[in-house]
Design a protein around this ligand. Structure first.
Ligand code: ADP
Ligand code: ZN
Ligand code: ZN
Length: 752
C-alpha cells in the first residue's frame, strides 16, 4: 500500500493560508480522513499537540519522508465557529470543485492589520427648527439632493459620509456648502465601532397582519422545538416580507442567537438600511463590495466578539463568523448574483442550507418570483411555503396589455413604440405622471449588421457582437475593444449597414423626437459606471426630476415610485432568444418585476409588453401575474430537457490560448468522462443515467484571445457529478499540458 500524506494548515488566521505543513497519515486514519477535518498534530521542536486542518490528501511527499511526523488523531467534532467555517469550506470544496485553499479563502476573511481607518461622519449642528426652515427653502428651490440629506438628518442626526455621497446621492460640494452655512459638521474618527448614532425613536411599531403573524409564529415554533427548518415566503414587493424578517430577527436575538440577512447589493436601498438601523441600532452592521479587506476583517471580528447581532449584505455576508447563528434570511433568493462567478462557483442558497444545518439555524428565503430550484423543493416537501397575498402599501396590480410587434409592422408602424404605448405615454405626460421604459439587455441592443448580406460586426478578440455608441464608435462589452463604425460593409461593400435601434440611448433619442421637451433619465451599465450614480438616478427620478426613466434590468429593483403609472417593456423577447435553459425563467422574472413597478401609489397603473412572441408562456403568465401557472409550464420544459432543478448539470469549461490544443484537450476530457461514467467505478450510481452533451466551443467561444470550450454532464444525482469531477481532477493531474485551464460549474446560471 502506498503511503498517504496530508497537507495541514496550523494557523487559519495566517494571511497566507497556503502555508501548509505536511504530515504522514497513519494506517488507522487512512480511510477516515477527509479534507476539511480537524486533526491533532505534534508541532514544533517540543512536539506540543495542537489542532490543524486537513486541506489536501496526497500520495506525493514533498519532504524527506523519514523526517515527517504523523497525525495523532482526528479531533472530536468541533463546536467553535472556526471549525464550522472549515466544515463549510470542506462542503464547498466537495460540491463545487475547488481546492480546499480556495474554499477556505472564500469563507475566512483574509487577516489584515486594521489600520487606523479614517471614517467621516456628517453631524447636524443646527437646531431642529432651523433645519426645518432650511429644508423648506431647499424644497422651494427644488434642490432635491439637499432636501434628501436634510430630511434624513431630521431623523438621524449623524450619518456616515459614504451614505450621504452614496445612497443619498449628495455631492461633496453640497456638503461643503451646508458646512459653510453652519447646518452640519464633518467629523473624522478612527473608530469603526459605531457608524451610526440614531435616535431610536420608539417608532410607531407596526402591528403584524394575521398573515405575517402566522409566518413568524410557525417559524419560531419550529425553532423553539429545536427543529429549525427551511422556509420560502412568496409575496410581491410591498407585501410585507421585510417586516416579517425583522420580527423573526428580533425574536431570534431575544433567544441569544444572531442573524444574517442576505440582500443582493443592487436591491439594498437606503430606506431598507434605515429601517433596520432604526429598529436595531448599532447591533446591525452592513457589508458591501466597497469595504476594504481590512474593514471586512474588522466586521468579522466584531461578529465573533459579539459586538453585533445582525449582518446585512450580499452573498459573502453568509460567511460572517457568528458564535451562535440562529437564522439566515435570503431576500430575493431568485437573484443570479447569489451565484459566485469566481472560484469556487458556489451558490449562496445551497451553501446557506449547509451553513444553517451546521449552525442549527433556520433558513428563510423570500421572493416575489421564486427560483425554480426553491419552488421545486417546496413541491417536494423540503421547504415550507408561506404566501403573502396583498400589497400593504395599497395600489392595485396593474392592467397589462400585450402588443404583437409583428402586427404593428404589418399595419405600418415602424417605430420602436407601439401605437398603444405612444397613446399611454402621451396621456401620462399630459397628466404629469411618470413612466418607465424598460429594455431587456444592452448586449443585444445596438449591434451593427449589414441589411444586404447579414454580416454582423464582431470583436476580433471575443466572439460577441460590438455595440454602437453615440460618438460613432463600436465597442466590445467584454474586453473594451473599440473601433470606428464602418461606412460600408467589410464583407460585401454595401452601404446599408446599421444598428438594431433599441439601446437605451436610441430609445431616449426617439422619445425626445416624439415628445419634444420630455424630461428623461437613463439607467444602464454606461450611466451607472460610477459607484454612486445608480442611487443618484433613482433619487432624482423619485424627486420627479424626470417624466420617463429608461433603463435595463437594473431599474426593476429597489425603490418604489408612487408616481409611476405606466411601464412599457419595449422588446420582451430579447432575453428569450438567448440559448440558455434559464431564458424563460429569467424573462418571466424580469417581466413580472417590470410590470409590478406600475401603480405602487394610490394611482392605478398600466403596463404594455411589446413582443414578437405574444404566445410564449413566459410572456402570457407574466402578463397575468400568474407565478404558479408559469412554474408548472416551466417545470414540464425542464423535465423534458432534463435540466435543473429536475436533474443536475455540470459544465466542464476548458480555456486555452491555442484553439487546436483546447479542442483536443476538451475532446479527451469528454471521452474519458464518458468512459468513466459507463465503467465500474463503485462511486457511480447506475440509476443516475448520466449523459454527456458536447464538447463544443462555448457560446462565447473566445474572450480576450482565450479560446473557450465546454461540455456538460447531465445527471439525476448530484453526487455522481461530484465524483465525475473528482475523477476528472485526478486525471488532469496526470496530464502534462500546462497551457490549458479547466473549471467546473455546477448547475450553472447561464450556459454562455
Ligand atoms: P416587502 O419586503 O415584501 O417589499 P415590506 O415589509 O417592505 O414588504 O412592506 C411594504 C410596506 O408595507 C412598507 O412600507 C412597510 O412599512 C409596510 N408594512 C409592512 N408590514 C406592515 C403591517 N403589518 N402593517 C402596516 N404596514 C406594514
Ligand atoms: Zn454586407
Ligand atoms: Zn472584446
Amino acid at each position: 500500500m502506498t503511503d498517504l500524506f496530508a497537507d495541514i494548515i496550523i494557523d487559519i488566521s495566517h494571511e497566507k493560508l497556503d502555508k501548509v505543513f505536511q504530515y504522514r497519515i497513519p494506517e488507522k486514519l487512512r480511510d477516515l480522513l477527509e479534507p476539511g477535518m480537524c486533526v491533532t498534530v505534534p508541532f514544533g521542536t517540543g512536539n506540543r499537540q495542537i489542532k490543524g486542518y486537513v486541506v489536501r490528501i496526497t500520495e506525493e511527499c514533498s519532504y524527506d519522508p523519514a523526517k515527517l511526523k504523523s497525525i495523532i488523531e482526528i479531533a472530536p467534532k468541533g463546536v467553535s465557529v472556526e471549525e464550522k467555517m472549515i466544515s463549510l469550506a470542506g462542503w464547498i470544496k466537495r460540491n463545487y470543485g475547488s481546492t480546499m485553499i480556495q474554499a477556505l479563502k472564500t469563507v475566512l476573511p483574509a487577516k489584515q492589520s486594521v489600520k487606523k481607518l479614517e471614517h467621516r461622519t456628517i453631524c447636524r449642528v443646527m437646531s431642529r427648527e432651523d433645519t426645518v426652515t432650511v429644508l423648506g427653502e431647499s424644497i422651494r428651490k427644488k434642490q432635491a439632493a439637499k432636501e434628501r440629506l436634510l430630511r434624513t438628518l431630521l431623523e438621524t442626526e449623524t450619518i456616515p459620509y459614504e451614505w450621504v455621497t452614496g445612497k443619498l446621492g449628495v455631492t461633496p460640494q453640497t456638503i461643503q456648502r451646508l458646512v459653510t452655512d453652519g447646518v452640519i459638521r464633518v467629523e473624522q474618527s478612527t473608530s469603526f465601532r459605531d457608524p451610526v448614532h440614531l435616535h431610536r425613536q420608539e417608532e410607531k411599531r407596526l402591528t403584524s397582519s394575521p398573515e405575517q403573524q402566522r409566518i413568524v409564529e410557525e417559524i419560531l415554533q419550529d425553532f423553539d422545538k429545536g427543529m429549525p427548518g427551511t422556509y420560502l415566503i412568496h409575496g410581491v414587493t410591498g407585501s410585507g416580507k421585510t417586516h416579517v424578517y425583522m420580527e423573526i430577527i428580533e425574536q431570534v436575538i431575544a433567544r441569544g442567537r444572531q442573524a444574517i440577512l442576505l440582500i443582493p447589493e443592487i436591491a439594498l436601498t437606503y430606506q431598507t438600511l434605515l429601517r433596520f438601523y432604526l429598529r436595531f441600532g448599532n447591533r446591525v452592521s452592513v457589508i458591501n463590495s466597497t469595504l476594504s479587506p481590512g474593514e471586512r476583517y474588522d466586521q468579522c471580528q466584531r461578529a465573533k466578539n459579539g459586538d453585533i447581532d445582525i449582518i446585512i449584505g450580499p452573498r459573502s455576508a453568509l460567511f460572517t463568523p457568528f458564535p451562535n447563528l440562529g437564522v439566515i434570511i435570503m431576500d430575493e433568493e431568485h437573484e443570479s448574483s447569489y451565484k459566485s462567478e469566481g472560484n469556487p462557483k458556489y451558490h449562496a442558497r445551497e451553501t446557506a442550507m449547509e451553513a444553517a444545518r451546521l449552525h442549527g439555524a433556520a433558513l428563510v428565503l423570500g421572493s416575489a418570483t421564486p427560483s425554480m430550484e426553491a419552488y421545486y423543493r417546496v413541491k417536494k416537501g423540503e421547504i415550507k411555503l408561506f404566501q403573502l397575498h396583498q400589497r400593504l402599501t395599497g395600489g392595485q396590480l396593474p392592467t397589462v396589455s400585450v402588443v404583437d410587434l409583428r402586427q404593428e409592422l404589418r399595419e405600418g408602424n415602424r417605430s420602436i413604440f407601439s401605437r398603444r404605448l405612444q397613446e399611454l405615454l402621451a396621456d401620462r405626460l399630459k397628466k404629469g405622471e411618470q413612466s418607465i421604459l424598460f429594455i431587456n439587455r444592452r448586449g443585444y441592443a445596438g449591434f451593427i449588421s449589414c441589411r444586404s448580406c447579414g454580416h454582423v460586426m464582431k470583436c476580433p478578440h471575443c466572439d460577441v457582437s460590438l455595440s454602437e455608441h453615440k460618438n460613432g464608435m463600436l465597442m466590445c462589452h467584454y474586453c473594451g475593444y473599440m473601433e470606428r463604425k464602418p461606412g460600408l460593409c467589410p464583407e460585401c461593400g454595401s452601404g446599408y449597414i446599421s444598428g438594431f435601434k433599441a439601446g437605451t440611448q436610441q430609445i431616449e433619442e426617439k422619445l425626445k423626437e416624439m415628445f419634444p421637451g420630455v424630461r428623461t433619465l437613463r439607467m444602464d451599465a454606461d450611466t451607472t459606471r460610477n459607484k454612486d450614480s445608480y442611487e443618484k438616478i433613482l433619487s432624482s427620478f423619485m424627486a420627479h426630476e424626470a417624466d420617463v426613466l429608461i433603463g435595463t434590468q437594473m431599474i426593476v429593483k429597489g425603490h418604489d415610485f408612487p408616481l409611476v403609472t405606466l411601464v412599457g417593456v419595449l422588446a420582451a423577447d430579447l432575453s428569450l432568444s438567448v440559448s440558455d435553459y434559464r431564458a424563460g425563467e429569467r424573462t418571466f422574472q424580469l417581466l413580472t418585476q417590470a410590470v409590478g413597478r406600475a401603480g405602487r401609489g394610490t394611482l392605478p397603473g398600466e403596463a404594455v409588453i411589446q413582443t414578437y412572441q405574444p404566445d410564449h408562456y413566459a410572456v402570457t403568465f407574466a402578463a397575468a401575474q400568474d407565478y404558479e401557472g408559469f412554474f408548472e409550464e416551466e417545470l414540464l420544459y425542464r423535465e423534458m430537457g432534463g435540466y435543473p432543478p429536475v436533474r443536475h448539470l455540470m459544465a466542464v469549461q476548458v480555456y486555452a490560448k491555442s484553439e487546436e490544443k483546447g479542442d483536443q484537450y476538451v475532446r479527451t476530457l469528454a471521452s474519458r468522462a464518458k468512459e468513466w461514467l459507463s465503467g465500474k467505478d463503485k462511486r457511480i450510481d447506475s440509476d443516475a443515467r448520466a449523459v454527456i452533451l458536447g464538447p463544443s466551443p462555448a457560446v462565447i467561444s473566445k474572450i480576450n484571445d482565450i479560446f473557450r470550450f465546454v461540455f456538460y454532464v447531465k445527471c439525476e444525482k448530484y453526487d455522481t457529478l461530484v465524483f465525475c469531477k473528482d475523477y476528472l481532477e485526478e486525471l488532469i493531474q496526470t496530464f502534462s499540458e500546462q497551457a490549458v485551464m479547466v473549471q467546473f460549474d455546477f448547475d450553472p446560471m447561464n450556459t454562455m
